[in-house]
Write a new protein. Structure first.
Length: 185
């Protein structure tokens, strides 16, 4: 039995601020471990293979799926993303506070596989603010932004499936609440 109570799944619509919150949390508490996902998405400027993601091509991703190396995986806005299983199990075995930053479909799969994991939904203060953040980040084309906003509507409608919601008005407040949930001080 792995210590799945130490597992926090952070989901929420694209652009809400998940990566920003997690980066701030880990700056303050590097002992919290963040899973590095595999993805078929191309790196954005400044992203490094093995740091933000393990960047793979479609064939490599197929192999990860076929060999059952992913705890969960999903297609999101035209790319595939998945959580390598073994590193997560190793951290949970060692009782390390562990974070997954994944989409709704992935969160649902983790809930099935590890019912004790805590699922946190990060919500925007408003729809307009979500659009402002996603567009303002400047990393996606207008077409991809449209796909992500369509997915955001589905994700926002599923908020009640999560154990708790945190509204990302202030990064500092969200980080404080997540640390309390993880019992990290
Ligand atoms: N509390 C906040 N107030 C204002 N801006 C914020 C806040 N949190 C994040 N942002 C900004 O919103 C933008 C999107 O944030 P971020 O990339 O962290 O979102 P994300 O949820 O990880 O998105 P994705 O799912 O697409 O990877 C960034 O430009 C970030 O600086
Ligand atoms: N189901 C999974 N979703 C994941 C994983 N890693 C990231 N994500 C989610 O994908 C979208 C888009 O991310 P981006 O980096 O391209 O902006 C976002 O919601 C992430 O949380 C994963 O391993 N599994």
């Amino acid at each position: 039995m792995h210590g799945t109570r130490r597992l926090i799944v952070l989901s929420g619509p694209s652009g809400v601020g998940k990566s920003t919150v997690v980066a701030d949390l880990r700056r303050r508490h590097p002992e919290v471990w963040l899973s590095v996902s595999a993805t078929t998405r191309r790196p954005r400027p400044g992203e490094t293979d093995g740091v933000e993601y393990h960047f793979t091509d479609g064939d490599q991703f197929d192999k990860l799926v076929a060999s059952d190396e992913l705890l969960e995986w999903a297609e999101f806005a035209g790319n595939r993303y998945g959580t390598p299983r073994q590193p997560v199990l190793e951290r949970l075995d060692a009782d390390v506070p562990t974070l997954l930053e994944i989409d709704l479909q992935g969160a649902r799969q983790v809930r099935q596989a590890m019912p004790e994991a805590r699922l946190v939904f990060l919500a925007p203060p408003s729809w307009d603010e979500l659009v402002r953040r996603l567009v303002g980040r400047g990393t996606e084309s207008p077409e991809v932004i449209e796909r992500r906003l369509a997915a955001a509507k589905v994700e926002l409608a599923a908020e009640s499936e999560f154990d708790m919601t945190l509204v990302n008005t202030s990064v500092e407040d969200v980080v404080r609440e997540l640390l309390a949930l993880m019992n990290v001080s």
